[in-house]
Ligand binder design. Structure first.
Ligand SMILES: NC(=O)c1ccc[n+]([C@@H]2O[C@H](COP(=O)([O-])OP(=O)(O)OC[C@H]3O[C@@H](n4cnc5c(N)ncnc54)[C@H](O)[C@@H]3O)[C@@H](O)[C@H]2O)c1
Length: 483
C-alpha cells in the first residue's frame, strides 16, 4: 500500500491550494499575475499554502482500497470490461483537470466503470471565476465534498492530488505515488476568449498548457513508461480549411512524391495555438521516447448531466454560460431560458463539430480501453455532429417554443477573427470504429437542457452574456473586464 503525503490544512481549506511555480518569479501562483494588484487572491493563496507544504498534494485513501459491490455501478461491456479488469488489478487512471467540466464527469464515469481513479487539479478554473466575477449556472460543491459524496454513495474512492502540473516536483510525486496505467489530460486553460483578454492571459495560457503537457510527458518517461497518455486537444486546431478535415494526418502527393503528414493546423487564438504546440510535443516524444499517446481533437461539448453526476446535487457538474468560458449551445440554452436574445456572432455560418458530454466520457473510456501502442501517436476527431451557429439558434428557438419560451436571435459584432461562412466537413470515424454510440442532439435533449437552464435561471448574471473580449483590440496591458 503506497500512501502519499497527507496535507490536511491547506488542501481542505475552501481556497484553492496551489503552489508558487518556483521557476516563474514574475508571476503569481501557477504563473498567473492578474490585473495590477500585488496582493491578488492568487498570490495570497500561493503564499499561505506554499509556506506550509513542500509536497502539496493529498490522497484521501490508498490505491489499494477497493470499493464494495454496489447497486449504482453500471455493467461493463466488451472492450471496457476487458480493459478495466483484464489483469488481477483494476487499471488506474489519472484524470488531470478532474475538477473541471469534462474532467469531473469523466472521473466519475471511469470510477463507476471499475477503474481506480485519481484526480490531479490545482483548482485554477475556480480561481478564474473568482477573479473575473463569473460563476457556473449550476452550484458546484468543493472537490473534497464532491469526492466524499461519491464515496458515500458508491463506496468508491477517488484519490486527490491538489497541485499544479507545471510544478514538476509535484507532478513527479503524483506519478510515483499513483503509478497510472493511463493519464487523461484535461488540465489546461481552455478558453479562447480568456487567452485573448490581454498579454498576461495569453502568456499564462501558453505557459500553463505547453509546460504542463511537457511535464506530463517527462513524468511518463521517467516514472511510468507504459502509461498511455490520452490528451484532450481540440477540433479548433485545424481551423476551417476549404478541404475535408482528416483525423490527424493527410496523404499528400507533391511534385510526384507521396507522404502521409500531420494535417495542417490553423489555430485561431493563443489558446488554440497552445494545443497545436502540445500536439507537436506529444508526437515528437512518441517518436523519440516511445511514448504511447492518443490526441483527442474534441469538438464543442454541450450538456451537463451524466449518469453519475445526476446521482446527487453535490455531484453536479459546472455549466458555464458566460462569454469567456461558455460554449455555444450551452450559452444559447441559458440565453433562451432568461429571455435574452441568442447572441449569434456575425453572419452565424461558423460551423463546428459538437458532442454531448455523455459522449465525451464514453470517448475517453474507449480510448483508454483500446490504448495506443508504444511509440504510436494517434489522433481521433472527437465529435458526433456538426452544426453552424445559425442552425443551433434555429434548433434552440424551436425547442424553446415547445416550452412556451419566446426566443429571439440577434446578430452581434463578431469579437473573434474567423470565417463566418465557410466549407466544413470533418471526418470522425475512428471512435465510432471503437464502438462509440453517440447521443445525438434531439428535441428531447434540447428540451431537457432548456428545462435545466430554466430551473437555474435565477442564478444567471445577464451582464456576463455579451462578449467582452475582442481579438483585434487585445493589448499588452492587464485588462479588467467590465462588471
Ligand atoms: N469544454 C469544451 O467544449 C472543450 C472542447 C474541446 C476541447 N476541450 C478540452 O478539454 C479539456 C477540458 O476542458 P473543460 O471544459 O473541462 O475545462 P475546465 O476549465 O472546466 O477544466 C480544466 C481543469 O484543469 C485544471 N487545470 C488547469 N490548469 C492546470 C494546471 N496547470 N495544473 C493542474 N490543473 C489544471 C482546472 O483547474 C480545471 O479544473 C481542455 O484541455 C480543453 O481544451 C474542451
Amino acid at each position: 500500500m503506497r500512501m502519499a503525503h497527507l496535507v490536511t490544512d491547506c488542501s481542505f481549506s475552501p481556497s484553492p491550494a496551489v503552489k508558487t511555480h518556483p521557476k516563474s518569479p514574475n508571476y503569481g501562483h501557477n504563473g498567473i499575475r492578474f490585473q495590477n494588484s500585488k496582493s491578488s487572491s492568487s498570490s495570497l493563496i500561493s503564499k499561505s499554502c506554499s509556506k506550509r507544504s513542500k509536497k502539496l498534494f493529498v490522497t484521501h485513501a490508498s490505491a489499494s482500497v477497493q470499493a464494495p459491490a454496489d447497486k449504482t455501478q453500471t455493467p461493463l461491456t466488451g472492450s471496457q470490461q476487458a480493459s478495466a479488469h483484464s489483469s488481477s488489478k483494476p487499471k488506474k487512471v489519472m484524470v488531470i483537470g478532474g475538477d473541471g467540466y469534462c474532467g469531473w464527469a469523466t472521473a466519475l464515469h471511469l470510477s463507476n466503470k471499475g477503474y481506480v481513479v485519481a484526480i490531479v487539479d490545482n483548482l485554477v478554473r475556480r480561481l478564474f471565476d473568482h477573479q473575473l466575477g463569473l460563476d457556473s449556472l449550476t452550484p458546484i460543491a468543493s472537490i473534497q465534498n464532491r469526492i466524499r459524496r461519491w464515496k458515500s454513495l458508491t463506496g468508491k474512492t477517488i484519490q486527490l492530488f491538489i497541485g499544479d502540473i507545471c510544478d514538476f516536483e509535484f507532478l513527479s510525486e503524483a506519478f510515483k505515488s499513483f503509478e497510472p496505467d493511463s493519464a487523461v489530460h484535461f488540465g489546461e486553460q481552455r478558453s479562447a476568449p480568456y487567452s485573448m483578454i490581454d498579454r498576461s492571459r495569453a502568456v499564462f495560457t501558453q505557459h500553463n498548457n505547453v509546460i504542463g503537457t511537457l511535464n506530463v510527458l517527462f513524468a511518463m518517461k521517467e516514472f511510468s513508461e507504459e502509461c498511455h497518455l490520452v490528451k484532450l486537444g481540440t477540433m479548433g486546431e485545424y481551423g476551417t480549411p476549404n478541404i475535408d478535415i482528416e483525423e490527424g494526418f493527410i496523404t499528400i502527393t507533391h511534385n510526384g512524391r507521396t507522404d502521409t503528414l500531420p494535417y495542417p493546423k490553423q489555430a485561431s487564438s493563443f489558446y488554440h495555438l497552445s494545443k497545436v504546440h502540445d500536439s507537436h510535443n506529444i508526437a515528437f516524444t512518441c517518436k523519440a521516447w516511445g511514448i504511447r499517446a492518443t490526441d483527442l481533437n474534441q469538438g464543442v461539448v454541450y450538456g451537463v448531466r451524466t449518469d453519475e453526476t445526476a446521482m446527487h446535487e453535490e455531484l453536479s457538474n459546472r455549466l458555464d454560460y458566460d462569454a469567456i468560458f461558455g460554449t455555444a449551445l450551452n450559452r444559447f440554452c441559458v440565453q433562451a431560458a432568461v429571455g435574452h436574445p441568442l447572441t449569434v456572432y456575425g453572419k452565424g455560418g461558423q460551423t463546428r463539430g459538437y458532442l454531448d458530454i455523455r459522449d465525451t466520457v464514453q470517448c475517453v473510456e474507449l480510448a483508454i480501453a483500446n490504448p495506443a501502442k508504444p511509440g504510436e501517436f494517434r489522433v481521433f476527431n472527437q465529435f458526433t455532429e456538426q452544426f453552424s451557429v445559425n442552425e443551433l439558434a434555429k434548433l434552440v428557438t424551436a425547442a424553446g417554443a415547445k416550452l412556451g419560451l419566446e426566443v429571439q436571435t440577434k446578430s452581434v459584432p463578431n469579437p473573434r477573427v474567423e470565417a463566418e461562412e465557410h466549407y466544413y466537413n470533418a471526418k470522425h470515424s475512428r471512435l465510432s470504429e471503437l464502438g462509440l454510440v453517440p447521443h445525438l442532439l434531439s428535441d428531447s435533449l434540447l428540451d431537457s437542457l432548456l428545462n435545466f437552464a430554466v430551473q437555474y435561471k435565477d442564478r444567471v448574471d445577464t451582464a456576463q452574456i455579451m462578449p467582452s473580449v475582442s481579438w483585434k483590440k487585445m493589448g499588452a496591458k492587464p485588462k479588467t473586464l467590465s462588471v
